[in-house]
Design a protein around this ligand. Structure first.
Ligand code: NAD
Length: 441
């Protein structure tokens, strides 16, 4: 992964790296002039996709942009209509994204069909409730993987992800995650400056994903409960983890990155004031605020914290950013923008580009790691940030204060015991103070 040192040497280093890589035939420019990775000594880089919705299709396009050697060799989705739509959207890539009907798989076991097709890596982009199952199967089969965030919706799923991550390491497999800020130059350079002491000791953060509403799919009486819930997956915690996990994990990940660890304890508030129609919006909340406490370097608690706020309510003020506070300065970060205001003027800094496309960069980094046989496994990082978000949700749903150790050890497993189309009662809206943590969602 490209890690800038300072703006000037970074630009020089990047240019030098690209020039050297181009000379070695590792990078090649694509039509838009972006730098891409080419398969050194390989005819092609074969990619399978599991979950062919908006992001699965988008990630397949990003993989294809990352290298002209990439070929999509298998597509899997629960629903045939999503595969058809993905093929239409990828048609511009021509033969490289044309997948024979025999390599397209549907149904709950579609992932097994994709994983069985020989490939260099699989993209896992279904709703996150399925991620631990699909990831475990991919790693068991010896596949490298790109795993979309979040990577689970409950502590049971997180434990599966962590165990499977260790298995991936043992097998020398590579895994990149959809927390793409970790591959974005503005974030990388800002975070490097923070780690080098630009704002002193990191003591606090405020992280936000406040916005209006997202899409929803109205239930169809001709479909089973399970199909209706999966088509409207954002609004069912067993599938999405709720929006604090599904979306806000990006910002919580930045707090963890800056703090250099995960929270040890949290309290939270949350509820639903606007999205109250349970048919359209299931049972999830429409706002959360969490107070996360982090341990100090000496292990004591109480003096490092992050405030996290996530809201999906139309007509309200939007804000997606992270503000990191140190003992001698402040860093303000968002996609493509970073500014450090430090007590010492020479440590103050504003990112002024060039920036990269992190959605493509993460595939460039994964493909290079696979081709060059260098280590890359982001599973623990993304699982830790996902668990931090789950812990915030558990605190908000229950109203209880919860520690990291208790949350991670919690037996909660939200996956229905039998996965098939049929009846499935929708979970109730959690009531803080009345929804106990072990049984709550
Ligand atoms: N990194 C980012 O910035 C980013 C952006 C958007 C979405 N995402 C993540 O990507 C994932 C997918 O989100 P999306 O926006 O593409 O949703 P989507 O609804 O557009 O796509 C999900 C697809 O998965 C399919 N699916 C559902 N259950 C399945 C199963 N058991 N097996 C196979 N296929 C199944 C659905 O039919 C659908 O086609 C989520 O985890 C989401 O949080 C990440």
């Amino acid at each position: 992964m490209t890690r800038p040192i300072d703006r000037r040497s970074f630009v020089k280093a990047t240019a030098a790296t690209i020039a050297a890589a181009s000379a070695m035939g590792v990078f090649s420019p694509n039509a838009s002039g972006a730098r891409t990775v080419a398969a050194r000594g390989r005819r092609e880089i074969r990619v399978g996709v599991i979950g062919c919705g908006g992001r699965g299709t988008g990630a397949a396009g990003n993989a294809l942009e990352a290298s002209t050697a990439v070929r999509i060799v298998a597509l899997g989705d629960l629903f045939a209509d999503r595969i058809t739509k993905a093929q239409t959207q990828l048609a511009g890539f021509g033969d490289r994204a044309t997948v024979a009907a025999s390599q397209c798989f549907t149904g709950f076991d579609a992932y097994q069909g994709v994983i069985a097709v020989p490939c260099d890596y699989v993209i896992l982009a279904t709703p996150p409730g399925f991620r631990p199952i699909h990831f475990a199967a991919a790693i068991a089969a010896g596949r490298n993987a790109f795993v979309e965030k979040p990577v689970a919706v409950d502590p049971t799923g997180i434990r599966t992800m962590l165990a499977t991550s260790a298995e991936a390491d043992a097998k020398g497999l590579r895994v990149a995650a959809g927390t793409q800020r970790r591959h974005e130059w503005s974030y990388l350079e800002a975070m490097q400056r923070i780690k080098e002491g630009a704002i002193g000791r990191v003591v606090a953060a405020r992280v936000f994903w406040n916005m209006g509403s997202l899409w929803n799919v109205a239930p169809d009486a001709a479909r089973s409960d399970v199909e209706n819930q999966i088509r409207n997956w954002l609004y069912h915690t067993w599938l999405s983890g709720d929006h604090i996990v599904e979306q806000h994990v990006h910002n919580i990940d930045i707090a963890n990155w800056a703090m250099g660890s995960h929270p040890v304890r949290c309290i939270a508030v949350g509820g639903r004031q606007v999205r109250t129609d349970t048919k359209a919006f299931g049972h999830v909340f429409d706002h959360f605020a969490v107070d996360y406490e982090y341990a100090c370097v000496d292990g004591s608690t109480g003096s490092r914290f992050a405030l996290s706020m996530a809201r999906q309510q139309d007509g309200t003020a939007g804000r997606v950013e992270e503000v990191i506070y140190g003992s001698t300065g402040v860093a303000r970060l968002s996609s493509g923008s970073a500014r450090i205001t430090a007590e010492s003027a020479e440590k103050s800094w504003t990112f002024n580009g060039p920036n990269n496309n992190p959605y493509v960069q993460v595939h460039i980094d994964l493909q290079k790691a696979i081709i060059d046989s260098t280590p890359l496994n982001e599973t623990t990082q993304v699982a830790t940030s996902t668990m931090s978000a789950i812990m915030g949700r558990m605190a908000a749903y229950s109203g209880a204060e919860i520690t990291w150790d208790d949350a991670l050890a919690n037996p909660m497993n939200l996956m229905p015991p039998s996965l098939q189309f049929g009846p499935l009662q929708q979970a109730p809206v959690a009531i803080p103070g009345a929804s106990a943590i072990p049984s709550s969602q």
